[in-house]
Design a protein around this ligand. Structure first.
Ligand SMILES: [Zn+2]
Length: 342
């Protein structure tokens, strides 16, 4: 009964994900006109930006020849755009606040106030902490597997999923690294890197969930699980980067992949006799609750802490517990396999 209720809750989550749309802030014609104007003139009201010294053809008005390199020009254009977006957003939000309107999102994000040039200091710090916890978890897993547990006669580990968890650690640390970069400065490039890394991590962890929960040990069967998912995730990343950066669609893809892996782990935690299955339960329930924060997104308090930042905070203890489960799983599988051999 309990399990059925939990699954219903997950299905409800999935339905709400269908209601999500792209950000209304950047669809606002006043904001759009402001950014367009700013990219031409380099000014919002009486504030002007040094990165926007462009003539209408996109050539810099001044500066020596070496500053006219295409790469540097592009970088400057990115910076100009991000300054324009930021100041247009702040001025638009001030106008809206006077009219008594609630904050809206711009380009998938709430209007944050920068501090020391960092856009979302809280999210940056939390992303860095997530990265650190993953690194610590991975190192302890690595030490356990390579120095504490016995090897098979062919010098391989008894645990069948060692390589998969090592790759997982790399995907996870990569994603948190780009998350920290993106939250400190939101430009097209950092945004694409962050979103792409997050999608890659979600896709890979879904593959890992299926392979571990269903105990897929045959190489051919693993390929059959992984290939369609890798194809889908790759297509999705290419679509985001080179065709259309669609926040609403990306959110649906991410939430669906996230819920699918939670369901896989939850079902497994329900049927397995694994000694550490309670850790799985905590991570699954905690992960589902944390996902609610990502879905029932609220605007930042004091221009600093929003639902997304809190979501990054909740993943820290969950990650710690997660790697502790991985270590338990390693010891459990190793002891089972050694017993079988004797
Ligand atoms: Zn983030």
């Amino acid at each position: 009964m309990e399990r059925r209720r939990f699954l219903l809750f997950l299905v409800a989550l999935l339905c709400f994900a269908g209601l999500l749309e792209a950000s209304p802030g950047d669809a606002d014609p006043v904001y759009r006109a402001c950014v367009e104007q700013c990219e031409k003139t380099g000014c919002v009201g009486d504030k002007c930006f040094q990165h926007c010294n462009f003539s209408s053809e996109g050539n810099p008005i001044d500066g020596p020849w070496y500053l006219q390199e295409p790469l540097y020009l592009q970088w400057k254009q990115w910076d100009c755009r991000s300054d324009c977006r930021y100041h247009c957003m702040i001025s638009r939000e001030e106008e809206r606040q006077k009219l008594g309107h609630k904050p809206v999102k711009y380009h998938g994000k709430w209007p944050f106030k920068r501090s020391y040039g960092i856009q979302e200091p809280v999210s940056v710090a939390l992303s860095a902490l997530n990265l650190a916890v993953h690194f610590q978890g991975w190192v302890s897993f690595f030490i356990l597997v390579n120095y504490k547990l016995p090897f098979r006669p062919n010098k391989k580990t008894y645990y069948e999923y060692t390589g998969l968890w090592n790759i997982y650690a790399i995907f996870a640390m990569n994603a948190w690294f780009w998350s920290a970069v993106f939250h400190s400065r939101d430009v097209d490039l950092t945004e694409k890197l962050d979103y792409s890394s997050a999608v890659a991590l979600l896709g890979y962890s879904l593959i890992l969930a299926i392979i571990r929960a269903f105990d897929v040990r045959l190489e051919a069967a693993r390929v059959m699980v992984a290939a369609p998912l890798i194809a889908f995730v790759t297509t999705h990343i290419l679509y985001l980067n080179f065709y259309q950066f669609d926040y609403g669609w990306n959110m649906k893809v991410c939430v669906t992949m996230g819920i699918l892996q939670l369901v896989v782990w939850a079902v497994w935690a329900g049927v397995t006799r694994h000694p550490s299955r309670w850790k799985l339960w905590v991570v699954v329930i905690g992960g589902a609750l944390a996902m609610l924060l990502e879905i029932y997104d609220f605007p930042p308090y004091w221009g600093l802490v929003d639902a997304h930042a809190l979501w990054h905070a909740t993943t820290i203890p969950l990650t710690y517990l997660w790697w502790s489960f991985v270590r338990d799983d390693t010891e459990f599988r190793t002891s089972v396999l050694i017993k079988k051999k004797k």
